[in-house]
Design a protein around this ligand. Structure first.
Ligand code: SF4
Length: 563
């Protein structure tokens, strides 16, 4: 039986209960959102006391299954105004699960005063005041907490952006090296944590045990099968060799690489930011490619990037950050992007949202394409909370309103990620219709990228598959999204009760439709299932294609399809 921990910051209480029996197959996104749907009034203020923040490891987290210990963080988003699940790697999902904890639910708001820390152990938890951590960056916070609680402690924390309740603030999670460089990045959930007055969660790993399932032999056998598939996959080899930076060339060739504030899909200076450049610099500076963000990951898409003197600069330098802070700002220099990435991780702000935000400032005199120093200065303004920084930290949609900019690359208030939907129309359908706002991880569709027809079904299936993967704790880089027979066996051997493949799909489908229902209650209705207007009116070089999927095809993604 897994444990649920309820922490009420207002009352200062902590309650441990067993997760109900009907949650046997639920983990990650499915579990976190089922709690939100029951306990959060959709119309509540996302930064108010009635919102809750849920941390739920995926169902397979903490087992011997590789690349399957991701964690869902969920709450009502201050960025989109709707439901938000932000999926994160690092060590937290694995260790929480190995301590027998299925969900940590943060409620209420701490009375004005010092920030709090939640210490979670196998059998007990406590709230501790930590005035010394006020407005510290994630790196310093983790350093102090490791001195106090030991090097093995796994830490979740917010930086100053979360404490300032910014809508693009993130929650950092420590990785295999104990660094706060994995982030629940999207949707501003760091701002929700800040609104509750919670600076950090420290997980004491003492007593953590690998979960072997109710039928350990059958589970181990199925894990072996799964691992073999994963290890022999060409995609695994690609991610391990190139990191996600390998996508720079793929996107450039496809014409879907956001460049100079979404005005082109190809970047003439991409050689300065592609995987070859990353690998060369990493080798010269004794960094690491093929790094694992969580223990036991066999894909290992992450990296450690050092500065020219060979000192640690950031980890992992990923495609989304490289593109949104690189080509999108016309910065063709990985050192600058790495400095930006470190700052964003330290301040606790989403690199995707912030890259899009600085990109639209190119319409003002606040930023010129290619100005590296200015890009870094603007990130520092956000971290320090200057007036300009506080505006930018609210994300691209609010920044657009403040500066009278109407060409905003966002859906439902959240910026598009580093994939241009005019050259990836199936993903454009997901961006438009996902209850999560524009999110590349909500259901990536790469087939027939320039065709206007045929994406309704693809996007719907991809979105359902992603909900299942997020609920099971699978990293999306496994690429194993729909081998349901294997997953059914794994779930059965783990929990003692095997669902049918149809039941697994039904769980994913139900969760997705429930998200839509929540959003409607929050005022985020189907009318917002649209891409920004400029994407229909501006053809994107080099394919010279606008987004032309019919509105009725977008509406059919959820429309009359059985729930
Ligand atoms: S594939 Fe990459 S993101 Fe996924 S768990 Fe492994 S290192 Fe982390």
């Amino acid at each position: 039986m897994r444990t649920r921990i309820d922490v009420d910051l207002e009352k200062g209480t902590i309650l441990r209960t067993d997760l109900p029996g009907n949650a046997i197959w639920l983990g990650g996104r499915g579990l976190a959102e089922s709690i939100l749907l029951q306990e959060v009034p959709p119309a509540c203020h996302p930064l108010g006391s009635r919102n809750v923040l849920v941390f739920a490891p995926g169902l397979f987290a903490g087992t011997s299954m590789p690349t399957a210990s991701r964690m869902s963080v969920a709450g009502k988003s201050p960025l989109t105004g709707g439901i938000k699940e932000s999926n994160v790697g690092g060590m937290a999902g694995m260790i929480l699960s190995q301590l027998g904890i299925g969900a940590v639910v943060i409620k209420g708001m701490s009375p004005v005063g010092h920030p709090k820390l939640l210490l979670v152990g196998k059998r007990s938890s406590e709230l501790i005041e930590v005035p010394e951590l006020h407005r510290l960056g994630n790196y310093q916070t983790v350093e102090i907490l490791k001195k106090r609680f030991g090097n093995e402690a796994v830490i979740l924390s917010i930086g100053p952006c979360g404490e300032m309740k910014m809508s693009a603030a993130t929650i950092a999670v420590t990785d295999t090296n104990g660094r706060p460089c994995r982030h629940a990045g999207r949707g501003g959930l760091g701002g929700v944590m800040g609104s509750k007055g919670l600076k950090a969660i420290v997980i004491d790993p003492e007593g953590a045990q690998v979960r072997r399932g109710t039928d350990p032999a059958a589970f181990a056998k199925a894990v072996k099968e799964y691992t073999k598939i994963l290890q022999s996959s060409k995609k695994t080899a690609f991610w391990r060799e190139n990191g996600t930076a390998g996508l720079v060339e793929v996107s450039h060739a496809r014409g879907s690489l956001p460049t100079r504030n979404f005005t082109s899909g190809a970047y003439d200076k991409k050689d300065g930011v592609n995987a070859e450049r990353l690998k060369t610099l990493t080798a010269q500076r004794k960094g690491i490619m093929g790094h694992a963000c969580m223990r036991g990951c066999v894909v290992r898409c992450s990296n450690i990037f050092n500065d020219p003197q060979g000192r640690y600069l950031t980890s992992g330098l990923e495609y989304e950050t490289i593109t949104m802070m690189g080509p999108n700002l016309d910065i063709d220099d990985l050192d600058t992007i790495a400095q930006i990435d470190f700052r964003c991780d330290d301040y606790g702000i989403d690199t995707i949202e912030t890259g899009a935000t600085i990109g639209i400032l190119s319409e003002t005199d606040l930023f010129r394409f290619g100005d590296r120093e200015r890009a870094i200065q603007l990130i520092d303004e956000i971290g320090k909370g200057t007036v300009l920084g506080r505006v930018l930290g609210q994300g691209v949609t609010t920044t657009g309103k403040v500066f009278g900019i109407t060409r905003i690359p966002a859906v439902k208030g959240q910026s598009l990620a580093a994939h241009e939907p005019r050259s990836l129309k199936g993903l454009g359908v997901t961006y438009a219709t996902s209850p999560q706002g524009a999110d590349h991880t909500a259901g990536f569709v790469a087939e027939e990228p320039l065709l206007r027809e045929g994406h309704t079904e693809r996007s719907r299936n991809a979105q359902i598959n992603v909900v299942i993967a997020d609920s099971l704790g699978l990293c999306q880089f496994t690429g194993l999204r729909d081998d349901y027979d294997l997953f059914v066996r794994l779930i059965g051997a783990l929990t003692g009760k095997a669902p049918s493949a149809e039941e697994v799909v039904q769980l994913g489908r139900k969760a997705l439709w429930e998200e839509r229902k929540f959003n409607q209650g929050a005022g985020v209705g189907p009318g917002q299932d649209r891409l920004p207007e400029f994407m229909r009116s501006e053809a994107l070089p080099p394919n010279n294609n606008a987004f032309d999927v019919e509105d009725e095809d977008l509406d059919r993604v959820f429309g009359d399809y059985p729930k």
